[in-house]
Ligand binder design. Structure first.
Ligand code: SF4
Length: 213
């Protein structure tokens, strides 16, 4: 890697980790997806139940089969047909697990965690319920501040998510948010975690590659 790119990344990671710590979160920089999976297994040692948000990033680590093999009771709503009572129950369970695994739409260099949801099970479980929350992000999720975090959601994360869900929303054609009134709108709740929620232990794991959207 070019030394200037390397230097820039070092500054971005150090600033973000320091800001997260200042806001009461734990911040960890790992070198690979494999190391991120090892950290999660360590954090999960004293947890018997694990919830997984609708995240490609966490699934890409290959950690879910390891947690299952370790005997954890898993709440993964992607295992159920959308809209079924079983899927709804699983989403509710995610708010009661010992450990909730999730990614984030954006994490700012000021140490804020920013997300926009359609259902709300993800942002609810990130802030209250689970004893521990681990947020795994690639470097592409780090933004300088709140304004750029919201811009990232509107210009990248939400339009791509809408495409992946085959929604008939304007952003799937324009590539950026049109603040639509579509019944298929996926953007219904915005959550900004400014400081660590009082009853939740939150760890942010940063992987120095682009992961998810
Ligand atoms: S509000 Fe509508 S147009 Fe904007 S990103 Fe969400 S679904 Fe797309």
């Amino acid at each position: 890697m070019d030394e200037f790119v390397k230097n820039h990344q070092k500054i971005v990671f150090e600033t973000t980790l320091n800001a997260l710590e200042k806001n009461g979160f734990k911040g960890i920089l790992v070198s690979s997806k494999e190391e991120a999976a090892e950290k999660i297994m360590e954090i999960a040692k004293d947890c018997s139940s694990v919830g997984i948000a609708g995240t490609h990033t966490v699934r890409a680590l290959g950690v879910l089969p390891k947690l299952e093999q370790a005997g954890k009771v898993m709440s993964d709503h992607w295992k159920f047909k959308p809209g079924t009572p079983e899927e709804l129950e699983c989403r509710k369970n995610q708010g009661r697990v010992d450990l909730f695994l999730v990614s984030s739409n954006a994490v700012t260099m000021n140490g804020e965690i920013v997300n926009r949801d359609g259902c709300g099970n993800r942002v609810n479980a990130m802030t209250f319920g689970p004893r521990k929350v681990v947020i795994v992000i690639g470097k592409n999720k780090i933004t300088p501040d709140l304004e750029s975090a919201l811009a990232r959601i509107e210009e990248v994360a939400a339009p791509i998510r809408a495409m992946s869900l085959n929604r008939k929303t304007p952003c799937v054609k324009t590539g950026y948010c049109m603040d639509c009134d579509s019944p298929e709108r996926i953007c219904r709740i915005t959550s900004i975690i400014h400081k660590r929620p009082v009853m939740t232990d939150i760890t942010v794991i940063i992987i120095p590659e682009d992961l998810g959207y």
